[in-house]
Design a binder for this molecule. Sequence first.
Ligand code: PMP
Length: 351
Amino acid sequence: MKNWERNIRKVIPYTPGEQPNEPDMIKLNTNENPYPPSPKVAGRMAQINMDQMRLYPDPAVTDLVHAIAVRYGRKDEQVFVGVGSDDVLAMSFMTFFNSDKPILFPDITYSFYDVWADLLKIPYERPALDDNFHIRKEDYYGENGGIVFPNPNAPTGVAMPLADIEDILQHNQDVIVIVDEAYVDFGAPSALELLDKYENLIVVQTFSKSRSMAGMRIGYAMGNPVLIKYLNDVKYSFNSYTMNRLAIELGVEAVKDEEYFQETLRKIIDTREWTKEQLRKLGFTFEDSKANFIFAAHKSVPAAELFQALREKHIYVRYFNKARINNYLRITIGTREEMEAFTAFLKDYLN
Ligand code: PMP
């Protein structure tokens, strides 16, 4: 190692899902929405005033904060907006997890949590999910420096009942509990209704999945105004102009179009349920998913082999070569046509 290299921060980074770009591909690997954003977003885009791009954006993201607050029946002071929920979560780790005690998150979960914890030198423990990939609430009763988990969990798709989330909150009133609801709109109960009861709760959501705007990078947190103020203080100490003008303006349109939002959700949920039936018939097993993906293992063919075979046909799914889950594929729900092509390929391959 060169001398100048000794003082350099070395980290093991998060590995984002591949972003292939084949014209004929079926992309079921990063849990994007197969439908475009609301047509109102495109309408707004056509009216964007380019001259304004020379000006810095509003550092407080006032318009988008307000639109989100209105949509969820909250006050503006209860909403924080960031560059995708990854940014919101990273800021939240930085702001809320400063104890010497370990923070807790499941052994199988969003693989960015341990990366942020390592980066920020936050100690952590990872209680194991049970054999059916469910979170055991009792594992979160011990002393800790904070808690974070997704609901539904990723990559399993398993949703926790609201009563269990509340139980975890009741046992953890002296630390911050973050519920990462990246996939909640696809059918899991939201912890938002617990916000008024638990002042130490932060709920994080995103425009990347249910609002078809992964490319725009918009995420948000909701919590009590004191927590939101602390989050903003850290944000302003790091990068004050996080949200660009386009994201702010288009985000407002996206959150206002409730009808399109509901219609898109319904299509994806219907296709998910249809896909579950097909996968069962093909010999796959999986826990019930409430997300826009299914985490499935085949009874006889290894996941690594299926992953490769699909890939050769330009059908991309996600495979994690990690303990406990290396025989599973995480399959994002695409359009009905995409899922028909996907299951038709599997039917052919498995026979
Ligand atoms: N949380 C979970 C559980 C996720 O799977 C993802 C998507 N990778 C995110 C947060 C971050 O999504 P985004 O930054 O696009 O909002």
